[in-house]
Design a protein around this ligand. Structure first.
Ligand code: ATP
Length: 482
């Protein structure tokens, strides 16, 4: 019987083996073992030959495929933090190869469009292939979708590529197709982006809210719309450039909570078919701010909610220590210095073409530098509900719309009756005490009956006043009398 001791490895094979090892890593040790086994002259020999062929075959195929991919395939790389990622994944998730993939990433909801009402379900799931290579045919061409995890600083994120043989034109057609599907999916919707770890990420896709549903002073609303129309006009950019004026426009919406500031921003974005990029300044540092600004698209709404959260510690306003201390005690402290925000908004590296919308509940807490002309071109106050706003809110809730689905057991109140109730409601509820949000919320509670809303309004007001008193609301909409 052969033993390890009397088996002498052939020294002459080593130079060939090391060359082979260059192409097929690990083959030296396998061949040495194989020689050993072959020299045993027993039944293991055929088995080892098969294993070797398999091993070599697999490596050779991989090697040839790698060469073919390098020299003949076109590839598009897509990084996780771009909107193209959403476009591709939306399309991929609806493809048969995604359903068949044995390794998938599950998404809730956002990638599926419902084809019919009956298909609707709570939190629908969709899957995109994950961590591997997945082959598919598009327009009679073979493509492969590859998903890998890559290091993105202190965390991992997905990177995907789509490759195919032949002309890159078909690959680009595939991307155009993904883009068209994505645009169809977001048609008549407002897409909202928020930042996560210094990158913009699509977080919501909402149906466009018609401007008519934001109840406010109509003149003010029309003025705003006209101003934006003028700014977004196709000749406008050139006009600004010719005069050396930076092509951007800023608006400040201010008012107490629930007066419709965010609603107005979203409606405006929907009206002009713009995406909304929400910058949460209480959750951002100076470095991320610059990156986020450089990644804004050329035309969008940049929304800075609660802009009073910006740090006043580096306020550019000349003020005494005591003035600053008093101001700072009134408002929450953010970690973003004001000077950085100002630079990002209209410094040398700032973005052209964007529509800046800032909202605040405390206009008196804002540094004058932030709201000076040029940064803030228009200030719009959204006040508490006056008689006109209450009347319109009432009619909006109770009047029938053509697309409403009628409850068969309950005849709808006609518009004249609703208007009569609206007048009674307005007489009972004092002006400038409640926000439109509070009024809307109460009306929705009784949306089945306008008369009931009128009847219960006094009770509701008493409850609201009591609640405010209990909560000791000092930002109160109106001082509540005993
Ligand atoms: N003027 C308004 N017209 C119609 N709906 C309104 C109006 N104001 C508030 N609402 C309703 O109240 C809710 C809250 O409104 P919104 O978030 O726009 O208020 P806000 O002023 O941005 O509040 P906050 O300052 O707390 O962020 C929304 O559902 C919105 O539909």
């Amino acid at each position: 019987m052969a033993t390890l001791n009397n088996t002498t490895p052939t020294p002459s094979i080593l130079p060939q083996v090391s060359v082979l090892d260059f192409f097929l890593p690990g083959s030296t040790s396998i061949i040495t073992t194989m020689e050993l086994v072959l020299s045993m002259n027993n039944g293991a020999r055929p088995l080892f030959v098969c294993l070797l062929l398999l091993f070599l075959g697999r490596h050779i195929c991989r090697y040839i495929w790698g060469l073919a991919e390098t020299y003949f395939a076109s590839t598009v790389h897509i990084s996780y933090s771009t909107e193209v990622y959403d476009m591709v994944v939306l399309w991929v998730a609806s493809q048969p190869f995604a359903y068949r993939a044995r390794s998938s990433l599950a998404h809730v909801g956002w990638t599926r469009t419902f084809r019919s009402e009956s298909e609707k379900q709570k939190k629908p799931l969709s899957y995109s292939p994950w961590d591997g290579t997945f082959y598919f045919i598009y327009k009679n061409h073979l493509f492969w979708f590859r998903s890998t995890e890559k290091d993105a600083g202190y965390r991992k994120e997905e990177a995907i590529t789509i490759s195919g043989f032949g002309s890159p034109a078909v690959l680009k057609q595939l991307f155009d197709h993904c883009r068209d599907e994505y645009l169809r999916h977001t048609h008549n919707k407002t897409t909202v982006f928020e930042h996560q770890e210094g990158k913009w990420k699509r977080t919501k896709v909402r149906s466009i809210r018609p401007l008519s549903t934001v109840v406010m002073n109509e003149e003010e609303k029309e003025g705003l719309v006209k101003d934006i129309e003028g700014f977004l006009n196709s000749r406008s950019r050139m006009w600004y450039t010719n005069r050396g004026i930076p092509y951007r426009r800023g608006y400040l919406l201010y008012g107490l909570p629930g007066t419709g500031k965010s609603s107005l921003c979203l409606s405006i974005a929907g009206r002009f078919d713009l995406d909304v990029y929400v910058l949460n300044i209480s959750d951002i540092d100076a470095r991320s701010l610059n990156t986020l600004f450089t990644e804004l698209p050329s035309s969008c709404v940049l929304l800075l909610e609660d802009v009073d959260a910006v740090s006043m510690t580096q306020s550019r306003q000349v003020e005494t220590n005591s003035e600053r201390a008093e101001k700072n005690s009134k408002k929450p402290e953010g970690k973003l210095p004001l000077s950085n925000l100002l630079n990002a908004l209209d410094g040398i590296s700032s973005h052209e073409g964007r529509l800046l919308m800032m909202t605040t509940n405390h206009i008196d807490h804002l540094d004058p530098a932030l709201i000076r002309a040029g940064r803030t071109d228009k200030r719009i106050e959204l006040p508490l509900a006056d008689k006109d706003v209450m009347f319109r809110l009432f009619c909006m809730v109770f009047k029938q719309s053509t697309s409403d689905i009628q409850d068969p057991g309950k005849p709808a109140e006609d518009d004249a009756a609703v208007e009569q109730s609206a007048h009674k409601f307005v007489e009972k509820v004092p002006e400038m005490e409640f926000s439109p949000a509070e009024i809307q919320s109460f009306l929705l509670e009784h949306r089945g009956s306008a008369c009931a809303a009128v009847r219960k309004s006094e009770q509701w007001m008493a409850r609201m006043r009591m609640e405010r008193k209990k909560m000791g609301r000092t930002d109160s909409l109106v001082t509540v009398s005993d």
